[in-house]
Design a protein around this ligand. Sequence first.
Ligand code: FAD
Length: 476
Amino acid sequence: MTDIFVVVGGDAAGMSAASKAKRDDPDLEVVVFEKGEWVSYGACGLPYYVKGEIQSLEALVSVTPEEFREERDIDLRTGHEVVAIDPDERTVTAESESGSVVQSYDHLLLATGAEAVVPPIDGIDREGVYTLGSMSDGKELREYVARAREGESLQQPDRGPACRYLEDCTGPVGIVGGGYIGLEMAEALAANGFEVHLFQRGDRVLTGFSEATSEAVADHLREQDVVVYLESEVVALEGGEADEDEEKDSAVETVVAADERVDVEMVLVGTGVRPRTDLAEAAGIDLGPTGAVATDAYRETNVPDVYAAGDCAEATHTVTGDPVYVPLALTANRHGRAIGQTVAGQLTEGGAVAGTAAVKAFEVEAARTGILDHDDAREAGFEPVTETIDAKSRAGYYPKGGTVTVTLTADRDSGRVLGASLVSEYGEGAVHRSHAIVGALEAEATVFELENYDLAYAPPFNTTWDPVLVAAKVLA
Ligand code: FAD
């Protein structure tokens, strides 16, 4: 009899698994339940859609539902939310507008993703407060930007300092959170003429990166006229009183932080994501220490033949071997694909993750990988030592170029490379340079070995000793 592979969640992890399983075993019956209408979409592109660089949400879709159904022979059911799993009976129950269905499975993948964290700030439910976690969030934000640019929603028209891109500037907006979504949205909103005020609870933006990177990025944001408030926890979002018959609170008018009150006409909350685990927990599937679904090397959960991948699940850290929660796109795609291959009959490990991440904000780019935090490194049994260097991004005589700042962390005793953070002007190579360090982490290389990596050199790309080699040399 044909095996049935059921997938819950139709984005990166889910559709990678479904496609790979069906390709490797065309006899397999593959059923995907997706509660929304969009599948296989690139949420990573949403800030650029809101900015206006990408013209349609459809452009973010890599494979359409019709292509999955007609060309890949996958039984894709959009508009179906899985509400229960019965591991004993090996069934899932899904609900849609047309009723409830019970579907049996031989193999099950939970690829339910993550949702934006909505912090318990007084007034967070007010109109004009947005998050950016889904395609519909992106649509709402783009519509807001379009309305504001037409002058419809302006409460406090103001020609603020960020109006460098447009002749007609729109009003001030607040961003809560200085992570990568906050920064990408600062760029997107400023490019549309908004005066941007960014509030960060901690003492620096991009907390997972090095201090040198955070400082360089914050300085650049200020150069772009973003008003950056550090150590400034937002405690309330104030507005007018709501009418009694209105369901929602009235629109946000003021961001209240520890020492600040800033009048705004909208707020974007970018305070991280949390794994969607309700369905798994209700079915008796274990969560790990990070709060995401725990899995083994094959991304199988404690319940046999039930797998979990992507933003709802844990991964294994390349350097420490410990469970880690890194909700990023490549992990979702890779682990989904590995599960698809396993289900199709070839046992495949999901692979470890180094926590490699990149961000662009205005004209600066930054990357991080591995372990940078000294407490984390000590907890993993290392004695960390860190150096930061500034080096030229291209040969000194070459017409273009800038500075690349590399922060490199290694173990004092063994010299093993533990992690790095890099920052440069956009186009000057911080992000691509981080890949050499990822290679060193994967190989468990030392700084002595890294300094001898045979990296390419030509004047338009770097100096003879690339900044990565200079950083390794300084630590060696
Ligand atoms: P998701 O993409 O969240 O998909 C899960 C799907 O499951 C959803 O479609 C949901 O509707 C569905 N679902 C949930 N519960 C059920 C249920 N019970 N029944 C049926 N369906 C269900 N990552 C990067 O690596 N680089 C970036 O630059 C980057 N930028 C980003 C920018 C933004 C604005 C956002 C929001 C994310 C970004 N990410 C980035 C993260 C990246 O998008 C995620 O890591 C990736 O989408 C995770 O894929 P996933 O399949 O695990 O989960």
